[in-house]
Design a protein around this ligand. Structure first.
Ligand code: CO
Length: 463
């Protein structure tokens, strides 16, 4: 078997999972030349949350960050995470925006685009995938991993085959909740490898305490690439630690061969930065604790903490167990969607409504209505017809590709934002996050001291 390849996540998922994506560009840049010498397969550096945090909290241009990273990383591929037709935002975009966003990501420095859809509806991925190929990027399509009666090995095999036929360059298994069990992971990887020869990558989170066991079995099954984070920002809700995995594999046939001296120096570099975020409360120790209960409930860790705060705000913390029991029922009613953004929030909110209002589906948020109407794509299994009728009455759900309902948007958005946008990249900042994106572009025009004041206001909102 070939040597194992490693994708380092500290600059995207690592700090997203542990410190709410708050690493600043000036904390990232000084270590990049060293990271570039380690022998990593790729550095994951960009995604929805990094883009959002740059403009919402850090007053930084996310495109500028990407360009500055690219200047310093010459040997290692740069990777980003893209939410299919949602791109980095929270709605479906017109195809022209998807194409432009992918083009600009690649011309500003991204090599590998990992594209996923919360429902594994490949119609929501195909335009972004085609654009990635068109502009010379590596198109990796990710399978959102979840557990349900319809998410069988056969289901995943068919999905992997369809992804291969779409022209992807590689496939990722995205275990966003950290619930893929080691033995089943082995079986799944072996099964997928019977239907495709594409390189296979595994992404998991250490939250439940089984991630290293999973990686061991995945390595035995022949996984090509795994995602890890440098130890300083590893463990808990982040990925397993890079150096630990590399040391454990030293001298074996899958030895990734990374430079351990440099890895140690990189880990040391991030220590004072981590200390700063522990001291100011950004790194909550809770994020580092092992949470085996997510294996029991099969819910992402973030969803559990969201539920607690949602219920506490409603003075209903005592209904927590009831809501936990309601979530799988809602999921079944809605055709077993994987619990990943935005479905995790939507299903969680519906379960809270069902419990607190005393009647199931008496109150239904707009997002759930849209989902039932087919506007997010196809649910993995048919929905409960009775519940569908209760939610949307006699309306017939849409079965086409959701973005076919949208026309071109780029020119309209350009007109709306006007001279505040100097480049297409600026227009895309506005497109992704209309309010805060516009606010960011306006702030940029103001003299420096006013920007400083605004920054302070941002921080007040955060804490
Ligand atoms: Co992740």
């Amino acid at each position: 078997m070939d040597k194992l390849k490693i994708t380092e996540t500290v600059l995207r998922d690592g700090h997203q999972s542990l410190i709410a994506t708050r690493l600043r560009t000036d904390e990232i840049l000084p270590i990049l030349e060293k990271m570039d010498q380690v022998g990593y397969y790729a550095l994951e550096v960009w995604g929805g949350a990094t883009f959002d945090a740059c403009i919402r909290f850090l007053d930084e241009d996310p495109w500028e960050r990407l360009r500055e990273i690219k200047k310093r990383v010459k040997n290692t591929k740069l990777q980003m995470l893209l939410r299919g037709q949602n791109l980095l935002g929270y709605r479906h975009y017109g195809d022209d925006i998807v194409e432009k966003f992918v083009e600009k990501s690649i011309t500003n420095g991204i090599d590998i685009i990992r594209i996923f859809d919360a429902l594994n509806d490949l119609r929501n991925i195909k335009v972004a995938a085609a654009a990635t190929k068109k502009f010379g990027g590596h198109c990796q399509i990710a399978i959102s991993y979840t557990i349900s009666p319809v998410h069988t090995t056969e289901y995943y095999k068919k999905l992997a085959k369809d992804i291969d036929e779409m022209g992807a360059d590689s496939i990722a298994i995205k275990d966003m909740a950290g619930i893929l069990l080691p033995e089943y992971g082995y079986e799944l990887i072996k099964a997928i490898k019977t239907v495709t020869n594409l390189p296979l990558e595994l992404h998991t989170h250490a939250t439940s305490g089984i991630s290293e066991m999973l990686y061991q079995k995945a390595i035995e099954a022949g996984i090509d690439i795994i995602d890890t984070a440098i130890s300083t920002f590893a463990g808990g809700t982040s990925q397993p630690a890079t150096e630990s995995i590399v040391r454990a594999l030293k001298g074996t046939e899958r030895d990734p061969g990374l430079n351990l001296t440099l890895l140690k120096e990189i880990a040391e570099y991030f220590k004072p930065i981590r200390k700063k975020y522990i001291d100011d409360g950004t790194l909550n120790p809770q994020a580092l604790f092992t949470e085996p209960s997510i294996l029991e409930y099969q819910l992402p860790g973030g969803m559990l903490s969201n539920l607690v705060s949602q219920l506490t705000a409603q003075k209903a913390a005592n209904r927590y167990e009831e809501v936990l029991r309601e979530i799988p029922k809602v999921r079944e009613d809605l055709g077993f969607p994987p619990l990943v953004t935005p479905l995790s929030q939507m299903v969680g909110t519906q379960a809270v409504f069902n419990v607190l209002s005393g009647e199931r589906y008496k109150m239904v948020p707009k997002e759930i209505k849209d989902f039932v109407k087919g506007l997010y794509g196809k649910s993995p299994a048919p929905m409960n017809a009775e519940i569908v009728h209760k939610i949307i009455g006699d309306e017939v759900p849409y079965t086409g590709r959701p973005a076919d309902l949208l026309g071109p948007e780029l020119e309209t958005l350009k007109l709306e934002i006007g001279t505040l946008a100097k480049t297409d990249e600026d227009v895309l900042i506005y497109a992704m996050f209309p309010q805060i994106g516009k606010g960011y572009l306006e702030n940029r025009e103001k003299p420096k001291n006013i920007i400083q004041e605004t920054k302070v206001q941002h921080i007040n909102i955060v804490f």
